[in-house]
Write a protein that binds this ligand. Structure first.
Ligand code: FES
Ligand code: FE2
Length: 443
């Protein structure tokens, strides 16, 4: 392993594969075109009974994102994952194996581990100091004689299924769960080109938000709202020629950037495309103040190529060689919706994860947003920055609009006359989500 501060990359990944012709070339998904809209009961977003059903039948039975591999990279690392009411502690044991346990002390039920811990050789409850080794075996009970004949072997920590996909750690409270690899359906194969193992988590921010967790997840499951709350994106992102694919429980949207949307109105000039991209994703072009507001377009080039070349140059200056990727590999976003609550955004140079977790009531949730940077496959993983951010924090131009709409959505959903959501085939990933949610809940 090389401990690198500047990012040097051994090439991984190839070009993104061509999209299957069966999914069409627009966001209107052929398989979901229906004579009438899909309707979903609004009470799923407001009812305590529905939230209780999810607590009983959804969350304990699905693979869900817990933390990044960077959070638990070294032996003795432990990370507490609060997943709504559920809590798991993910641990890297002395042999380097990833393990996870229900985060509860088997004495009187205290939470065993809080926050991010490093250099542990045991998991010790702070209340009365019962202690387990990292394999979950109970090793020490203070003043044990007072318990009489205590069967230590029966009081091991309760394991939670744990596995990783690229730099993402997932857990499942169902001990009989299918393996993560098959749970993820075609997503690992579809992302292979991007070499996800090269990405390192640099920051993970948790934000309490005033809405149901599904309002958050829905907002990252369609591009229909770009024309509404992200109009600044229309100059540099084609939300119309953005085909969607349903794998099964998971789905994806492929979105071309560096080209204007047909919804932008009059045909934007290359200068307007450049300005839109600079405003929406300025950091990918380098520090915004350093980026020329006019595109340096040669007579024979396209603005999309100029943007992709600029991103490659920015990455090359940081030691990351992206020369193996074409313009499409850099500028076609693949946005995966991982059932039930995670959205993974894959680009050649960048990886982002957005996770919606339920709050203590149906009208509260947590948004977890994680930023990953491409580094060498052998680059030592370091603990990312964990942040707690208020909902009025500055998340950047686009995400600010997504967060701002959450509150007004929930207030609307609570109105007595609003009984059903009305969904188009352009919102097929939300429809697909609800179909699988129904299956999971036995509706
Ligand atoms: S509750 Fe953990 S040792 Fe008592
Ligand atoms: Fe959005």
């Amino acid at each position: 392993m090389t401990d690198v501060v500047s990012r040097s990359v051994a090439p991984g990944g190839t070009e993104p594969p061509a999209l299957p012709s069966s999914i069409g070339d627009t966001a209107v998904q052929p398989d979901f075109l229906a004579a009438a809209p899909y309707r979903v009961p609004a009470s799923r977003y407001t009812s305590p009974q529905f939230a209780a059903l999810e607590a009983e039948k959804l969350w304990p039975a699905v693979w869900q994102y817990a933390c990044s591999v960077d959070h638990v990279a070294a032996p003795g690392d432990a990370f507490e994952c609060r997943l709504g009411r559920l809590s798991a502690v993910v641990v890297r044991d002395e042999e380097g194996q990833l393990r996870a346990y229900q985060n509860v002390c088997r004495h009187r039920g205290n939470t065993l581990c809080e926050g991010h811990r490093r250099g542990l050789s045991e998991l010790r409850c702070p209340y009365h100091r019962w202690s387990w080794d990292l394999q979950g075996v109970l090793r020490e009970v203070p003043s044990r004689r007072g318990f009489g004949a205590l069967d230590m072997a029966s009081l091991g920590l309760v394991p939670v299924a744990v596995d990783q996909f690229g730099p993402l750690v997932f857990v499942n409270f169902d001990a009989a769960a299918e393996p993560l690899d098959t749970w993820l359906e075609s997503v690992p194969a579809d992302t292979r080109w991007a070499g996800l193992d090269e990405f390192r988590c640099v920051a993970a921010a948790t934000t309490p938000v005033p809405c149901n967790w599904k309002v958050v997840a829905d907002g990252f499951s369609e591009t229909y709202h770009v024309q509404g709350i992200h109009r600044e994106m229309l100059g540099s992102m084609d939300d119309v020629h953005a085909p969607q694919q349903i794998f099964g429980r998971h789905s994806v949207s492929y979105q071309p950037y560096g080209v204007p949307s047909p919804r932008a109105g009059s045909d934007p000039s290359p200068g307007e495309v450049w300005a839109s991209f600079r405003a929406v994703m300025g950091d990918r072009l380098g520090p915004v103040d350093d980026v020329d507001p006019r595109p340096p377009i040669p007579a024979s080039g396209s603005v999309q190529d100029v943007i992709a070349d600029r991103i490659k140059a920015v990455q090359a200056a940081a030691g990351v060689d992206l020369s193996r990727f074409s313009t499409e590999g850099i500028l076609r976003l693949a946005q995966y919706n991982l059932f039930p609550n995670a959205t993974l955004l894959v680009w050649g140079d960048m990886l982002n994860l957005l996770v919606a977790r339920p709050g203590p009531t149906p009208e509260t949730a947590e948004l977890v947003s994680c930023a990953f940077t491409r580094m060498g496959r052998d680059t030592v993983r370091r603990p990312p920055l964990d942040l707690l951010r208020p909902p009025d924090a500055d998340f950047g131009l686009v995400l600010n609009a997504d967060v701002a709409v959450l509150k007004s959505m929930q207030r609307g959903l609570e109105q007595p006359a609003f009984t059903e959501l009305v969904l188009s085939s352009e919102e097929c990933r939300i429809v697909n989500f609800h179909r699988h949610l129904e299956q999971q809940l036995g509706i």
